[in-house]
Unconditional design. Structure first.
Length: 475
């Protein structure tokens, strides 16, 4: 698609956008930008063999931002009528005014020209060209397949949700960027019952792809995953708690990295002195050889972005390089504050929201140690591979995570399955306490959604990692 498609979609011309920018700067702002969005959302839920709900939603509008020194003005219009957008632009300009203290900072310097691309997530089959009814056979096969695999299954809910967003951005540097973003998600929630006890499990897949992502292959993968490990869940018991080594399994354990460490690297928290890592650029924060990345360039990944929501090209950002804190995650505002380049982390939930620094796909790169050797090195500890319900204090770095799946490690061997435990620790201390990193990095392609006053689609991953000592809340 070229820019003509987007200009026609939003019924606006480049001279009109220039006039909107002028209105947004009419009270003397330093920088202004426009964010146009046309999104369609669909969802389909199958329960007890029948479609129990379905929905279709359209979102359309424009967000207008003005920056002046340390003030931000933001307003939006739910249409692209020129009078309404001009009123929003003037409102943003007024909001950005006021007495300001501190250094004068505005948005980063120009970074691109007039560009449109679909490089990271081209659609073979557009969601908007696909009938919802065409996906029903896949959802029914997902449901019946799970029932057929285990007699203890008593209920299955299968859901498909998908969206397609056309985004156009224009700013006071004259940069025009366009992007079409697909996102599809399939989820199966399963309840098992055995000897009067219930267990539940949820499996999901999410990709920035078109309708071609809904295939027999992905359904078969989800059926197998939905019933795997259920014997262990029924056998699991709450172990004796205490301080002990913890081995984090590859893949979904990356949520601990995202929550307890990733948020602390977001530049707005650091710029305001609210993060435990504020002012620590250039310091060693974990052992040499460890690299922690936030990546917007993984093809078809849920966190991928051709451009972020400020028009900055997607990129791969090393937050920790060889154990040293080398970068925060920046939007245009924080990048200018720190005198560095933006990292493509300016993201927003929709045109109704101001962009702020957010993660994309956060993971630790591979080390060199085989998983078996890591587990074999632990005399007494715990292995965990699935978390939920995490809580983190950004300022102190303290975290608590509930473990959904794990095993005890005794004399280097995985033994009894465990459940109903919390892992408690401190982000900087946990990083410093990493003693082994596996060679089995896995990016988890589940439906991860990050909340930070507004929602954003993200993903996470990690290889098998040994942390020398965390608190395990058990008996």
């Amino acid at each position: 698609m070229d820019k003509r498609y987007f200009l026609e979609t939003f019924h606006v011309t480049e001279p009109q956008m220039e006039r909107l920018i002028a209105a947004a700067l009419s009270h003397g702002g330093d920088y202004a930008d426009l964010y146009f969005e046309y999104s369609t959302y669909n969802d389909l839920l199958l329960r007890d063999g029948e479609v129990s709900s379905g929905g279709f939603h359209i979102d359309f509008g424009t967000g207008i931002r003005t920056l002046k020194e340390e003030k931000t003005g933001y307003a939006y219009s739910e249409n692209t009528d020129m009078d309404d957008m001009t009123a929003a632009a003037k409102a943003a300009s007024v909001i950005a005014q006021g007495d300001n203290c501190g250094r004068s900072r505005t948005a980063s310097s120009p970074v691109s020209g007039h560009v449109c691309r679909d490089g990271l997530y081209p659609m073979a089959v557009a969601w908007r060209d696909s009938a919802a009814s065409s996906f029903l056979p896949f959802l029914k096969r997902l449901e019946t397949g799970i029932f057929s695999k285990d007699t203890r299954v008593v209920k299955v809910s299968a859901k498909l949700s998908y969206s397609q967003s056309d985004i156009m951005m224009f700013n006071s540097y004259g940069e025009l960027t366009c992007d079409t973003r697909p996102l599809g998600s399939i989820t199966a929630s399963v309840i098992f019952s055995h000897n009067g006890r219930n267990e539940n499990k949820t499996v999901s897949r999410s990709f920035r792809m078109g309708a071609e992502m809904v295939t027999d292959t992905i359904i078969d993968e989800m059926i197998s995953e939905a019933v795997s490990g259920i014997d262990e869940r029924f056998e699991a018991r709450r172990p004796k708690g205490g301080r002990m080594p913890v081995v984090m399994g590859a893949g979904a354990s990356g949520i601990l990295l995202h929550e307890s460490m990733g948020h602390s690297f977001e530049a707005d928290f650091n710029r305001k002195g609210q993060s435990v890592f504020s002012g620590r650029i250039g310091e060693r924060i974990c052992p040499a050889g460890i690299n922690i990345v936030d990546d917007g360039t993984i093809r078809y990944n849920r966190g991928a972005c051709n451009y972020d929501d400020e028009g900055i090209p997607g990129q791969k950002t090393y937050m920790v390089t060889d154990g040293v804190l080398t970068s925060y995650l920046h939007d245009r505002v924080s990048a200018r504050w720190y005198g560095t380049a933006p990292t493509g982390n300016g993201r927003r939930e929709s045109f109704r929201f101001n962009p702020i620094p957010r993660m994309r796909a956060t993971y630790m790169e591979n080390g060199t140690v085989p998983k078996e050797d890591i587990i074999g090195s632990v005399k007494k500890g715990i292995y965990v591979d699935e978390f939920s319900n995490g809580q983190v204090k950004i300022g102190e770095g303290d975290f608590t995570f509930y473990v959904k799946s794990g095993r005890m490690i005794e004399n280097g061997i995985l033994t009894a399955p465990v459940k109903d435990i919390n892992i408690i620790g401190n982000g900087p201390q946990a990083l410093a306490g990493i003693t082994a990193v596996g060679n089995d990095l896995k990016i988890d392609n589940g439906t991860w959604t990050c909340g930070k006053d507004q929602s954003a689609a993200v993903s996470c991953g990690i290889p098998t990692v040994l942390i020398d000592c965390l608190t395990v809340g058990g008996e």
